[in-house]
Design a protein around this ligand. Structure first.
Ligand code: SF4
Length: 515
């Protein structure tokens, strides 16, 4: 396979961005040149060419992609595009008006999905590589299975359709269907209810892979009280708006960062403040993610606040891995704090783990699963390692070695089996950029113990009012099929200084909803 430039000529559809994301999973993004206009002049000799075209016809449309290699520098792309050469690989899909009126028709009628899939089909042939999610590159693939479920399709029909129109593997299509069924069981609240997120941007230290708005607390101790003062102003404004509009709260989530990184006095102030403003909620989660930030007193404070769910996150049960990824705790701390929380009566505890952490092999990961099964948490969230731009890992990626894709895949499958052995089902799932093996993050829960907040974040059915540094408010406007967003600045000092501006930003989008 040549390593020259890859020219991509797209016609009849505006999808340069989406195409480039998919192409980037097969080829060096810096060598991909997308041509959407009429500039089809001669390419560099030895380049490859892909054409992607969508044509409308009689109530339906056809998408076609073709791949040509070793393009001669003398021949204009326009000559090839107009048929001077036979492509090496070709894929086309015709969608009729009847298809679009049948169950799953809204998915079949989505031109970008279908064009993405014919493009994926030629990439798969040209580069001899298959992706578990086929042409799907978005964060929320479960939404497609949810459409099928809404249309009355069963698992087999859904998997057949998703395979046909996205190239997804059978296993992943069935997984999406199972998640869609499970998440529905947590979506029993009214569409008009909303959710609250509160970000506490402090943590015990910074993990290697962390991309959250999170700063080691020992460097910012003097900013904690001013931060809580600023947060209180934002909460006061938000709670008044909720009251004025007679809205109900479905789920409340305090994350970050790690809220339990706050010293006891400030942590107690945070929780009493939050409950003072939002006292009627169906679900209340407090992230207690880092075991090295938990003690009996903080657990009592959480309990007295009425929280219904906490997270105590191992990520790995291997001492050496925990050290390597910058977590100041041992596997023993995890079990100790987990049993402490159980003893105090917490009956909905989540644990997060990551498949593909640097230096971990399959045996080490299986060891983590075995120890977690002994603890029997109520939720298990299995992340696939992702190298995120804002992480320390991204800057030093060459210094760390993760397991090869096929091993990460085995880890994810082993975690699925482990969750099943613990009586859990997958109830929410999302994907991110730069995940190893192009896999997914999945939340598993024992019956009724899944997190409503997580489900609503993925389903984008209800608004999320978010407070604190780096948080993003999303107001869902169902009548217009639209979501309005506003974000808060990330840096703690800036958030404190500009709190009035953060409130004005919220007022502006709230006024659009209530006008
Ligand atoms: S515990 Fe979570 S928030 Fe804290 S540094 Fe690690 S990944 Fe980031």
């Amino acid at each position: 396979m040549p390593d020259g430039k890859l020219y991509v000529v797209i016609r009849g559809i505006d999808m340069a961005y989406d195409a480039k994301v998919l192409l980037g999973l097969f080829y060096d993004r810096n060598k991909i040149i997308i041509k959407e206009g009429n500039d089809l002049s001669a390419p560099d000799p030895g380049s490859m060419l892909i054409t992607l075209e969508k044509k409308e016809h009689g109530g339906g449309f056809t998408a076609e992609a073709a791949f040509y290699d070793a393009v001669n520098g003398q021949e204009d792309l326009s000559a090839i595009v107009s048929g001077s050469r036979k492509p090496k690989y070709i894929s086309s899909m015709k969608i009729t008006g009847d298809d679009m009126n049948s169950p799953g028709g809204t998915l079949m009628g989505n031109r970008k999905i279908i064009c993405g899939t014919v493009l994926y089909n030629v990439l798969k042939e040209a580069f001899k590589k298959e992706l578990p999610y086929g042409s799907l590159t978005g964060v929320r693939p479960v939404k497609m299975a949810a459409v099928c479920l809404e249309d009355g399709m069963d698992e087999v029909q859904t998997a057949d359709l998703l395979q046909r129109i996205t190239g997804i593997s059978r296993e992943k299509a069935s997984l999406l269907y199972e998640v869609a069924c499970q998440e529905k069981s947590y979506m029993d609240s009214d569409d008009s209810e909303m959710n609250i997120y509160i970000g506490i941007p402090f943590c015990a230290s910074r993990c290697l892979y962390c991309s959250f708005t999170s700063y080691p607390i020992d460097r910012l101790v003097s900013l904690v009280d001013p931060y809580l003062d600023a947060l209180e102003k934002e909460l006061e404004f938000g709670s008044q708006w909720i009251k004025d509009n007679n809205l109900k709260i479905n789920a409340l989530y305090i994350g970050g960062g790690t809220p339990t990184a706050l010293p006891e006095g400030q942590f107690a102030r945070l929780l009493s403040m939050v409950r003072g403003y939002f006292n009627q909620v169906r679900e209340f989660t407090v992230e207690a993610g880092r075991p090295d930030t938990i003690n009996r007193e903080k657990l009592r404070i959480i309990q007295e606040s009425g929280a219904t769910r906490i997270s105590i996150n191992p990520q790995s049960m291997n001492r050496e891995t925990l050290r390597l990824i910058g977590r100041n705790h041992t596997p023993g701390d995890i079990t100790e704090k987990f049993y402490m929380a159980r003893e105090l009566g917490f009956d909905n505890i989540n644990m997060d783990i990551i498949a593909g952490l640097p230096g971990e092999n399959l045996d080490m990961f299986l060891g983590t699963l075995r120890q977690i099964e002994e603890l029997k948490p109520d939720n298990l969230t299995v992340h696939t390692m992702a190298i995120k731009r804002a992480s320390i890992l991204h800057q030093a990626v060459s210094e760390y070695v993760s397991a090869p894709d096929e091993v990460v895949d085995q880890m994810i499958e082993a975690a699925r089996e482990s969750a099943r052995r613990m009586g859990m089902k997958p109830y929410y799932l999302y994907r991110q950029k730069n995940m190893l093996a192009n896999l997914e993050n999945t939340g598993y829960a024992t019956p009724g113990k899944g997190c409503r907040y997580n489900v609503e974040t993925m389903a984008e059915r209800q608004s999320i009012l978010a407070f604190g540094a780096g948080s993003i408010t999303k107001i869902v406007i169902p009548s217009e099929n639209r979501i309005e967003r506003t974000d808060n600045v990330k840096e703690v000092a800036l958030y404190i200084d500009r709190i009035e501006e953060m409130i004005v930003r919220k007022k502006e989008i709230f006024s659009q909803v209530t006008e």
